[in-house]
Ligand binder design. Structure first.
Ligand code: SAM
Length: 673
């Protein structure tokens, strides 16, 4: 088996069958057609990524799962003549040609049609005919069709395509009032010119530009303006704020007004004897999430004896905070904490206030009873990336540009097809690799000197040896990998957490602060279907109900985030939540802030009603509102993902500690200047 064949077989199992594609003819065809032959040569290494990829003329080749989902929805038997609108790279038409008798495909960009034609010829797919033209009008000479699939989204279902559909056949087409997102719809033609439409799922396609799609003038008008932004029609009966599910959520939630005053007694009771409480966040830059996590953590420390706070941060930087918070007497680490991208994630006023609180709490206690603060993340992840970028900027700015884009693909839910284009490998990185690994090794060695001097040698013994031995692998995977790098990182965070708990004894309890995508059980999300696990899932597997998983969500407001890896922090507007998301449901309850218990709710139907997967939003250090659906939403089943959900309808960005804003912070303060 060649490398590509193995990747293709893995894609079929993991991304298609794993997500519910069951039609064996579709699975076989997807397992046969070489996707790598349909992308530019420098993007071949990404051909089997679970993502759309860029092609010429600013278009995309759809994500494999979406291609399979659309073709499965056609319900073909093999003898049909079918129409494919939006040839693009030709990939979907090629797959279709393996499960239909004859394929007619139309592309509005001449050069794309030409390249696709050549590809079919070279691959020997001789039952496909390509035409350059407006596919929204169909191809009447060959109608009626036994199936029509459209790979671009228009404002409504094109009438000419309905007219050209054979009786009993299906049309699968994305439709939406906005250019940004659509619903995938299947329309079946029944006897007597009746059409039955069914909504399949939320999708995001490039626009269908044509007479029965978006007119070019409408597209131009939308550039840089909001004229085609969501114009939500008045909700249909049963879909508005009074629909039963929204009412159920409103009645089952525990609202609160103020984070400082919120009555948390019932939550603390529900947490019971849990040893690990994982507190999530739907973004890395929302003030309310940090303040609420601090509030819950204080209750757990004061009322339940929790003494470990472990966060999604660098170990050495967190060690500096720990030194301050625990009033340690050994010399402090020399470095200033959290001065590298993404600084605002921990270097913000919300965290600073919590650190001050920990310090005063600890001042009243014996050293052995103090609350410690630790970073769980891959050792020096951000600092290491920065060191690599610094080096590459000096030796080869082009490779540095590629590396920046690659680091922007690190989290599975921050993808943007265009970034893959910029992240295509250049040969140069491979020649720099030995040098890069050496820089990283030196960096690690310097950062570990502190751990050697500190009394808590467990870290030295257990963590560091393992890390140094694996450093090369970590950084290689970080640069080239996706699923693998995610799993490596989350396994590492879980191992570090387990080591901390073991170190502080069998009674030790820990609060973890990480993004929802790390703390919610990945098995209940589409990440699980792709073979990705996370800290929440590993905690659930090892600690069962003694791990309590809390998710956080918001509808709209502002957030601190960058536009690209290593880019400056910006305060960005958070788009109102997607109509098919959990967030939209909570928004419709009208509650400003609330807790919702999910593990054993007083009204058990809460679980049942929330169980069918919906979209959930994840914003990390990068926020790309312009491709929000593709980049930031994933499918999840909320009651399986979390034990509790914390809702804030409107939120605002964290207050970063920069320059003059440090005034008023105590002199000893570890974030320093
Ligand atoms: N199925 C394609 C593949 O496998 O590569 C993906 C195509 S891409 C998502 C959508 C394509 O539809 C683009 O190439 C775009 O140029 C084309 N398109 C948009 N409007 C069109 C129209 N009215 N007629 C034909 N093609 C159109």
């Amino acid at each position: 088996m060649t490398g590509f064949e193995a990747l293709r077989a893995r894609m079929v199992e993991r991304d298609l069958r794993g997500r519910g594609i069951a039609d064996s003819r579709v699975l076989d065809a997807m397992g046969t057609v070489p996707r790598e032959a349909f992308v530019a040569s420098d993007l071949r290494e990404f051909a089997y990524e679970d993502a759309p990829l860029p092609i010429e003329q600013g278009q995309t080749i759809s994500q494999p799962y979406i291609v399979a989902r659309m073709l499965e929805a056609l319900g073909l038997r093999g003898s049909e003549t079918v129409l494919d609108v939006g040839t693009g790279s030709g990939y979907a038409a090629a797959v279709l040609s393996r499960i239909a008798n004859r394929v007619y495909t139309i592309e509005r960009h001449g050069p794309l049609a030409e390249v696709a034609r050549r590809r079919f010829r070279e691959l020997g797919y001789d039952n496909i005919e390509v035409r350059h033209g407006d596919g929204s009008l169909g191809w009447p000479e060959h109608a009626p069709f036994g199936g029509i699939v459209v790979a671009a989204g228009g404002p409504e279902i094109p009438q000419p395509l309905l007219d050209q559909l054979a009786e009993g056949a299906s049309l699968v087409v994305p439709v939406g009032e906005t250019l940004r997102s659509q619903r995938l719809v299947r329309v079946v033609r029944r006897p007597g010119d009746r059409f039955e439409a069914e909504h399949l799922e939320a999708v995001r396609f490039v626009p269908l530009v044509g007479e029965a799609g978006w007119l070019p003038a409408e597209l131009e008008a939308s550039e840089g303006s909001t004229s085609l932004e969501p114009v939500m029609a008045a909700p249909a009966a049963g879909l508005g704020p009074d629909r039963p599910l929204v009412r159920l959520l409103r009645e089952s939630s525990e609202p609160f007004d103020d984070i400082g005053e919120a009555e948390l007694g019932s939550l603390i009771e529900r947490i019971g004897d849990a040893r690990i409480v994982l507190l999530g966040e739907a973004t890395h830059g929302t003030s309310e999430f940090y303040r609420m996590r601090a509030r819950i953590t204080r209750e757990l420390i004061e009322r339940k004896g929790f003494r470990i706070v472990a966060v999604e941060a660098d170990w050495p930087d967190a060690a500096k905070i720990d030194h301050y918070a625990r009033l340690r007497e050994t010399p402090p680490p020399e470095w200033t904490a959290f001065t590298r991208f993404p600084t605002w994630m921990w270097r913000n006023r919300e965290v600073a206030e919590f650190v001050e609180w920990m310090r005063s709490f600890n001042a009243e206690r014996e050293p052995g009873d103090r609350v410690s603060f630790h970073g769980l993340d891959l050792y020096s992840l951000f600092r290491s990336i920065e060191a690599v970028l610094d080096y590459l900027d000096r030796v080869d700015p082009d490779t540095a540009r590629v590396a920046r884009a690659r680091y922007g693909c690190l989290t599975p839910w921050e993808r943007d097809p265009a970034v893959y284009g910029r992240a295509a490998l250049t040969g140069t990185y491979r020649t720099c690799e030995a040098e890069v690994v050496q820089i990283l090794r030196d960096l690690l060695a310097r950062r570990m000197e502190y751990a050697g001097r500190d009394g808590e040698t467990f870290l030295d013994a257990v963590q560091n040896a393992r890390l140094v031995a694996n450093a090369e692998r970590y950084y290689r995977v970080m640069y080239y990998g996706s699923v693998e790098s995610w799993n490596l990182r989350d396994s590492h965070m879980f191992d570090t957490l387990s080591t901390l708990l073991a170190f502080r004894g069998s009674e030790a309890r820990a609060v973890v602060w990480e993004h929802n995508s790390h703390v919610g059980n990945a098995a209940a999300t589409e990440m699980g279907a792709r073979g990705e696990h996370n800290v929440g899932q590993l905690c659930r597997q090892d600690f069962g109900d003694a791990a309590f998983l809390v998710g956080f969500g918001t509808d709209t407001g502002t957030v601190a985030a960058a536009s690209e890896w290593d880019g400056p922090m910006e305060i960005k507007d958070v788009r109102p939540s997607h109509p098919e998301s959990y967030e939209r449901l909570f928004h419709e309850t009208g509650l400003e802030a609330a807790l919702l218990h999910l593990r054993e709710p007083a009204r058990p139907e809460v679980r049942g009603e929330l169980e069918p997967p919906r979209l959930e939003r994840a914003i990390g250090v990068i926020y790309r509102p312009e491709t929000e659906l593709a980049s930031h939403y994933f499918q999840a089943s909320l009651p399986h993902q979390f034990d509790e959900y914390v809702w804030f309808d409107r939120t605002r960005a964290v207050a970063p500690l920069i320059g003059p804003e440090l005034e008023g912070v105590p002199e000893t303060y570890p974030f320093g200047l």
